[in-house]
Design a protein around this ligand. Structure first.
Ligand SMILES: [Zn+2]
Length: 282
């Protein structure tokens, strides 16, 4: 799932690519991807694109008085192509065809159709339900005292940090990296953090998310790849050695994601119960 660093580099590269280009036509072959009908998608035709920016984990394609708000969900990509897609390309969800022959294309991998777009009047984007409810960006993180207030909730850090209403941009990949960097248990409660732990988590937002973005700035060219080269240390690395202390990285499997952590440094040496395993053993 593209999170803040992946969506930010996508916005930067696409913005450089499309700013000033004129839209010839726009269509939605993925019938369920477009969630709004007024204004119609083809209202983009004839407009000049101002650029692409990131709002939380969403992308906003600005075209004068209209904005196409896009959520990639877990498997969507917004990419710029030199030529038009074949209409038989079943991954296509939204096609914004440019007068110069290029095409800005929302594609989605896999069989599910979850990525979506909403065409809005630019002056109401901030009031849109998906935008108005977002907390401040996780990168750059808000000042430490504001960050402390946001996180002071009696909930486990793993879901708390992924809650876009608390802080925007963190998902299932980077939350593992942030907690590992700050040496915090995913099951510690936000309201139980002491000053040092809060500072460590705050610093991790800056270091980890900023580091990922700096990495993408170096390795991602003009074309947004299908698969981002994510510089992960613990996420998706269960069974490997912790890069810091050499302990075996453990994982807890949930229905649709995996949480990875270093037991030595994050959970006081305890290996937490893997719900998937315990269910299988019943
Ligand atoms: Zn470790």
């Amino acid at each position: 799932m593209p999170e803040l660093p992946e969506v930010e580099i996508t916005a930067r590269r696409l913005s450089d690519g499309v700013a000033g280009a004129c839209v010839e036509s726009a269509l939605a072959p993925g019938l369920v991807a477009l969630k709004t009908f007024d204004p119609p998608l083809d209202a983009l035709a004839g407009r000049e694109l101002d650029g692409v920016r990131r709002i939380g984990k969403m992308l906003a394609v600005d075209a004068g008085e209209l904005t196409l708000l896009v959520h990639l969900m877990s498997a969507g990509r917004l990419q710029l192509f030199d030529a038009r897609a074949s209409l038989r390309d079943r991954a296509s969800r939204i096609l914004v065809r440019l007068e110069d022959g290029r095409e800005l294309r929302l594609r989605e991998f896999g069989t599910q159709q979850r990525a979506w777009a909403r065409l809005l009047r630019s002056d109401v984007v901030a009031e849109d339900e998906y935008v108005a409810t977002l907390g401040p960006d996780a990168y750059p993180p808000p000042a430490l005292d504001e960050f402390a207030k946001l996180v002071a909730q009696p909930r486990h850090l793993h879901p708390l940090l992924r809650d876009q209403r608390t802080i925007a941009g963190i998902g299932r990949s980077w939350v593992d990296e942030l907690l590992w960097t700050a040496r915090l248990s995913p099951f510690q409660k936000g309201s139980d953090l002491d000053e040092d732990e809060l500072s460590a988590l705050h610093a991790a937002c800056d270091e980890v998310l900023g580091g990922a973005l700096a990495h993408y700035e170096e390795v991602v060219g003009d074309t947004i790849p299908d698969k981002m080269p994510m510089p992960l240390q613990v996420h998706r690395r269960a069974g490997e050695e912790c890069p810091r202390c050499g302990t075996r990285i453990e994982a807890i499997h949930f229905r649709d994601y995996v949480m990875c952590y270093c037991p030595e440094e994050q959970t006081g040496g305890r290996v937490l119960k893997d719900r998937r395993l315990s269910r299988l053993l019943k």
